[in-house]
Ligand binder design. Sequence first.
Ligand SMILES: [Zn+2]
Length: 193
Amino acid sequence: MLYDFMEVMCETSMRHFHLTQAHVEALFGAGVKLEEERPLSQPGQYLSRQRVTLVGPKREIDNVAILGPVRKESQAELSLTDAFMLGMKNVPLRLSGNIDGTPGADLKGPAGTVKLDKGVIIAKRHVHLDTKTASVNDLMNGDIVKLRFGGLRAAILDEVVVRVDDSFAPAVHLDSDEGNAVFAVSGKVTIIK
Ligand SMILES: [Zn+2]
């Protein structure tokens, strides 16, 4: 028996990069830093003003977002539709940050290019929770929950990974294929158990 458990804000992430400072400078020029266009739901995270072109075997996609701040390793998060469009095969479904053995990609910026030797993933859907919200609701990092969506494309999505950290704010993250499939609009989604 499934029952409604808690409501969390739902966000759909378009394709985007996380980049190292060295890669930011290779693409945009020596000494350049990412500039914030607007903050994201997770504290300290932001959409940057800079955009980059992702070059695939079949075609390229320009104007790809970069999320800041910079990270220790560069990473691209695509939808499966993006991967097909680019002609990239075998892009695995992974949690963000888990990029060993993943395919690389070529990036073009206004000041230069970068060849990533790994880092292209399709992000596994997940829910961010701060430590307090997680413990109040008896959820732990790594737990798997389901989401219930209403409306004309009502659906239940399983295999949603719970990610818990003091720095997180409660939010569900879907990629664009998932969000479009259930007609997700910004608002709350119900976690069910
Ligand atoms: Zn996320």
